[in-house]
Design a binder for this molecule. Structure first.
Ligand code: HEM
Length: 249
């Protein structure tokens, strides 16, 4: 395993399709974490990646960031719980589910997110949650079901970390700062995604996004190039809605 952290090198690798993502195993007929990994854009390369990414970007295009922000605001205001940890792990899922017109459990999304990456071993809780999520998102026959599941899972941990860290800054600062400014600051200072992987032949390259960001002052936590996060405006909008509601507490 080789780690790359120089900003120019990290960017060059991210932008070069010759460095592929470590692909998922084929996966069987059973609908479980392996089934999901084998059908999402995140662990596919080449033409397969392009087609699946088109499905997720199409879904996201139907979900206006402004509506997500307003809904995140309303849901946070209505919530009795003050526990930021819980808000950060439920509001994003609930807002996306409402926007996509499906009903999914935030706990199931969390259980899949924990074992989503192919270098982590799947477990029974993740497999069972994956089956329920796929069913809730349209069922296994539907290619778009996998794309919806991908959105929920991809949106989970990084957005939760952004909300938690930004809420910490917001609640420590007086007078309460502008949420957009806090989000910009926190994305740079406490990158929610700190690293990602590529293959150079058979060698695994770890791209140290946190270091590239620290050394360049540019945002690397959303990736770059043809695989850059398509959910960046959505993540920012959801976090903004939550922070706005917390600001008024
Ligand atoms: C602060 C929050 C987020 C961060 C930091 C983040 C970061 C990233 C990064 C770094 C990648 C690319 C990984 C790589 O190139 O190896 C990625 C991919 C992706 N993200 Fe995000 N993400 C966030 C939130 C979201 C949200 C809210 C959504 C959906 C609503 C989303 C959907 C996706 C999808 C679908 C991909 C795969 C794209 C592809 O296969 O080409 N992300 N994200």
């Amino acid at each position: 395993m080789v780690t790359i952290g120089r900003p120019d090198q990290v960017r060059a690798v991210l932008e070069d399709p010759g460095f592929i993502v470590p692909p998922a195993q084929a996966g069987g007929e059973n609908v479980d974490v392996g089934w999901v990994r084998a059908r999402v854009s995140r662990f596919a390369n080449g033409e397969e990646h392009r087609q699946r990414r088109a499905l997720v970007t199409e879904l996201l295009a139907g979900v206006p960031a402004r509506a997500l922000r307003d809904d995140a605001f309303d849901r946070t205001r209505r919530r009795a719980s003050d526990v930021i940890f819980d808000l950060a792990r439920t509001v994003p899922t609930d807002v996306l589910a409402a926007a996509l017109g499906v009903e999914v459990s935030a706990a199931d999304v969390g259980a899949v997110a924990r074992v989503y990456h192919p270098h982590v071993e799947a477990d029974r809780a993740g497999d069972e949650a994956a089956a329920r999520l796929v069913e809730a998102c349209g069922g296994p026959a539907d290619e778009r079901a996998a794309a919806r599941v991908a959105l929920f899972v991809q949106a989970r941990d990084a957005t939760a970390s952004l909300i938690e860290n930004a809420a910490g800054v917001m609640l420590r600062t007086s007078p309460r700062p502008d949420p957009a400014a806090v989000i910009d600051r926190v994305l740079l200072d406490e990158p929610p995604v700190r690293a990602t992987r590529r293959l150079d032949g058979t060698a695994v390259l770890v791209l140290d996004l946190a270091r590239a960001q620290r050394e360049s002052g540019q945002l690397f936590t959303f990736g770059a190039g043809h695989r850059a996060c398509p959910g960046q405006p959505h993540a920012r909008a959801i976090a903004h809605g939550v922070l706005d509601a917390l600001r008024q507490r």
